[in-house]
Ligand binder design. Structure first.
Ligand SMILES: Cc1cc2nc3c(=O)[nH]c(=O)nc-3n(C[C@H](O)[C@H](O)[C@H](O)COP(=O)(O)OP(=O)(O)OC[C@H]3O[C@@H](n4cnc5c(N)ncnc54)[C@H](O)[C@@H]3O)c2cc1C
Length: 316
């Protein structure tokens, strides 16, 4: 097989708007000139995306430009009787697809498949791939790496349940046992699966953790506590952009709940007031840089604006 892999980064931008902005009940798949566009119901919101363009700028924080946003609004507005406007947007996020480079120039034509190669004995590389095929990708890489090793069985990823997916607890029984409302159990179940009891136990021990986060798009204080205590969150942006998606579910990008969130995080992580302040400042700068980049006309100017906010972890 080939001795190396060439990967190209393709930027994809999604918009998030409130559920009441579109009248429909179900998702939509729209044909575009080069690809397709999805309109996906997502709790109290819709997700609209995506773009598919080459990206050769900062890979840590790909930036959505004004052109990306206009493209998405233009495409979706072709089929809406009540068009969407900039003001309707509560969140914008951009990601990079690591696509195996092929013959085509357009990233939308590149394969979403993955490849495993062994450029030198003992070194296995895996590249490309996507979410829906990650187990196949993992099995291919592991099986390649262990091929020829005596007594090592084939990858068993296909039989391993995801975290939280071992069982599906009885919602009514939980509501009764913990004396909480069914919709609350349902919402926690949909996020935590069979770990839901851990959160309900925390709430029973400390009733203040049952409170909704002010400005937190319906998330509860306990989710912040759990993100730090059990899910490895170390920084404010871990909680607002990764463990939850509050950063794209509120028009202010989560700024209103930054203060209560750092207070909850700080209790577990032992933060001083100075650390709490630094976390908030970093997040504020990140939001400002993202909003600024989204006003820029093209990738180059959007990237320059996004680079204005350094990473909270330091380094590039
Ligand atoms: C625009 C777009 C559209 C896509 N569409 C599809 C699709 O339709 N179907 C499909 O199957 N797949 C799709 N994918 C691919 C899919 O999103 C990825 O395969 C999947 O998210 C990879 O999961 P992961 O957990 O490996 O990495 P990620 O989801 O990238 O998670 C890694 C996490 O680690 C965080 N992180 C990185 N460095 C650090 C650090 N130093 N400290 C702390 N945290 C860190 C990152 O911020 C990130 O949150 C798409 C990808 C993009 C970008």
């Amino acid at each position: 097989g080939p001795m190396s892999l060439r990967v190209r980064a393709s930027k994809g931008v999604h918009l998030v708007v409130g559920r009441d902005r579109l009248a429909g009940e179900t998702g939509l798949i729209l044909r575009t000139e080069t690809s397709v566009l999805f309109v996906i119901p997502w709790g109290s919101h819709w997700i609209i995306g995506t773009t598919d363009t080459d990206w050769n700028l900062d890979r840590a924080h790909p930036a959505a430009s004004s052109a990306d946003i206009d493209y998405l609004l233009g495409q979706v507005n072709r089929v809406l009787s009540r068009p969407l406007h900039r003001e309707d947007i509560e969140g914008v996020y951009a990601g990079l697809r690591p696509l195996l480079a092929g013959e085509s120039d357009a990233t939308s034509r590149l394969s979403r498949e993955h490849a495993v190669v062994t450029p030198a004995p003992g070194l296995v590389l895996v590249a490309g791939g996507k979410y829906t095929t990650y187990r196949v990708m993992g099995a291919d890489a592991v099986d390649t790496a262990t091929a020829g090793m005596a007594g090592v069985p084939a990858s068993r990823t296909a039989r391993l349940p995801l975290i939280g997916a071992r069982s599906f607890p009885d919602r009514r029984m939980l509501a009764q046992r913990y004396e909480v409302a069914l919709p609350l159990v349902d919402s926690l179940l949909s996020r935590y699966g069979d770990r839901v009891g851990e959160l309900l136990d925390l709430m029973a021990d400390r009733p203040t953790l049952s409170r909704p986060l002010p400005g937190g798009a319906g998330h509860l204080a306990v989710e912040v506590h759990y993100a730090v205590a059990a899910e490895g969150a170390l920084h404010l942006d871990d909680v607002l952009t990764r463990r939850t998606r509050i950063s794209v579910q509120t028009p202010d990008r989560g700024l209103a709940c930054a203060e209560p969130v750092v207070t909850l995080m700080g209790e577990v992580l032992g933060w001083t007031p100075a650390v709490r302040e630094r976390e908030i400042e970093h997040y504020r700068a990140r939001v400002a840089a993202e909003l600024e980049s989204q006003r820029m006309p093209n990738d180059r100017t959007a990237d320059a604006a996004r680079l204005g906010a350094p990473d909270v972890r330091g380094g590039a």
